[in-house]
Design a protein around this ligand. Structure first.
Ligand SMILES: [Zn+2]
Length: 260
């Protein structure tokens, strides 16, 4: 049994055939899903999906590249508060690779999202691209919240720092790509109790399905196989540790899924 710890079920490409997508996932051994938020335009649809399907929970957050599309933190706080199926704030963070949003504005947004997470006492799903530096680790330490570094693509050194500071590290389909030798070394290193897996569907389709183009939550199975292969552990062991880690990081999901 696997959990896709990070996908986006609200995008039309998936949403239009969501029943089928979730059935396919189930037939591949993927039973539970966390659909992460990106902007205020899709926020309500994302929450509705988590309300409709008892094996889906969601997160609410504004992605750094979505700053320009606007957001209302007070409205978000109202939606999140006491909602049983919103289990995290995310994805939020800093995107330094595509820098179409000025970094000072990204920081303003990021700090507001960190404060929101603090106010509602929820863990963070972090989108951090080429932005793992002292400033980042310092502000995370300051807010002191549980968090996952989603779709990790950084160095082994940064991974060690994140693990030392108590964070989780999640691998997406990128770990299966031919050119990702360095990332596979990171996947070998991350301790058992810090590891998560995800698809980031509909993006980042893993090998051997890359030609399919539209990624689906069921394909987290291929991420799992790749990571288990690197760690020379069984797929069952990988399932057990990543499931436990997910439920530890997102205690509200444990309740929502009614898993003991
Ligand atoms: Zn994402």
């Amino acid at each position: 049994m696997f959990i896709d710890s990070h996908c986006h079920l609200f995008y039309d490409r998936i949403y239009e055939r969501l029943d089928e997508v979730l059935e396919t996932a189930k037939s591949m051994g993927v039973d539970y899903f966390l659909s992460a938020g990106v902007n205020s335009q899709t926020m309500r649809r994302n929450i509705e999906i988590a309300e409709k399907y008892n094996n889906v929970v969601c997160a609410v957050g504004i992605h750094p590249c979505e700053y320009k599309n606007g957001y209302n933190v007070e409205e978000m706080k109202k939606l999140v508060k006491d909602h049983p199926r919103i289990v995290a704030i995310g994805e939020v963070g800093l995107e330094y690779f595509y820098d179409d949003t000025p970094r000072d504005l990204q920081w303003k947004l990021f700090e507001e999202m960190l404060q929101l997470a603090k106010d509602v006492n929820l863990p963070l799903i972090l989108h951090l691209r080429e932005s793992l530096n002292d400033d980042l680790f310092n502000i995370l330490k300051h807010f002191d919240l549980p968090a996952v570094f989603h779709c990790f693509t950084d160095t082994l050194e940064s991974a060690k720092r994140a693990v030392n500071d108590g964070y989780y590290i999640s691998f997406s389909g990128i770990v299966t790509f031919k050119k990702s030798e360095n990332l596979r070394e990171v996947a070998k290193y991350v301790p058992d109790d810090r590891l998560l897996i995800e698809t980031d569907a509909p993006y980042l389709t893993p090998e051997p399905k890359r030609k399919v183009r539209i990624n689906e939550p069921g394909f987290v199975k291929y991420v799992a196989e790749c990571v288990a292969g690197q760690r020379t552990c069984s797929i069952e062991h990988l399932s057990e540790i990543t499931t436990n880690n997910f439920l530890n990081l997102f205690p509200k999901a444990k309740e929502a899924f009614d898993i003991n």
